[in-house]
Design a binder for this molecule. Sequence first.
Ligand SMILES: [Zn+2]
Length: 450
Amino acid sequence: MRMFEEDVENKLINYLNHARDNELEIMASTECVCLHCGEYFSAREVHFWEEHDHALSGRCPKCGLPFLVGDASGLSLEKKDVEPIVVQMASKENSPVICGAIKQFCLDFQAGKLDVTNLTYATQYESYLRFLDSTLHDTSATYALARLYVEGSVATKANPDTALRYFEDDALSYDGNSFYQAGLIYLTRNTDKDDKKAFECFAKASALGSLEGSMYVGLFYLHGNAVKADEDFGLNVLLSVIGNFYSRALTEHVGYPEFAFCSFHIGLCFDEGMGVRSSAARAAHYWLMTIAALGQIEESQLELLPWIPEFYERWQKIRDANKDAADTPLFDEDTFFESFSEQQDVTSLKFLNYMNYSEDEGTLRFGISSSAPMLVLDTGSSCFALLKDTEWEMTNVKFERFSLDNVFNRFEFVSQDVVRFVMDDPIAGPKTVVELRFEPLPEEESGDAE
Ligand SMILES: [Zn+2]
């Protein structure tokens, strides 16, 4: 008996060697077999590959794991030879080789490297997550299961209650993001909506470092939802997280609904004078951020944001109310420079590509390249999040160019009307590249809080 087991074990190792880095072998094969689930396939059915150290291993069309052996390997695919190996594999369900393959399958599925509309793979995904969660107590699998029940898939029906059970699993009791997600379910589910429980979850999330959790704590205080209203505190919490949302949205280059939502609510505070003196200009400043943030979000996701119509309605109002000052930008150039000054850094050089100045019209056009991403708030209705290059046009400008250099790394406000593009050279010291002088603008609307 012992001899027999050793024999099977050696065979298994031999077969597994052919399941790794076997792209050419599978291509050359007619038939292949999966050592994990024991199924036979035509080699032409192999469409997905696991990538590891630049080597590709064919994934089983049924179980998705990379344990296929093709007939071009020279090994026998006869049932009598393969079956004992499959049984031997099954006895090693918890082995690092199989668990590692299962984890990689889940990661590839989450990253969209596998066909998520494939019912077979979507079913396997859920069952593998369950295995990792219950057998290996893998907390990332617990979290992924919860997300799966929030979003649903072709194989798994979305179910907020089940999602909640996983988010509130003890295994995730140190995970701020899980509390945040649980809070969202309590806040938004159709039945048993529970604001108090939602607040508890957001407060725990916030304590564990979740910015999103903090944002909701701020919103609950702002609107006196489940807690005694405190507008000052609520707004301050929102202001304390918006900067982080902002840099995250810029550096990760992905749609970030929380950034849009947070800037929308800060704009609301300035628009309505909640926790602060009302200011149309400040409201507009934050709502331009909202527009930039919404511009990064995919259309299908936008439909899930119920507050968008209200936002555009208010945005329209604030723009209409300032139409009289048609030639006067509601948002002066300072807003533009403010958006840069947050990222002052000697290492993040910006380049002036060109400048066109019309003395008659007092307009200045120039192009800027930046090594670091930057947000530009237009003086009109639009707003851009930029990665590298931008063109800009300014009005009411008198400018003087001091040098032929076009590299600068910071803006310097000499006075209210004068801005310099300065290159701080660690050795030579600061050097003014360009100086801009703004002609005085007609009186801006009163009530600016700053
Ligand atoms: Zn299989």
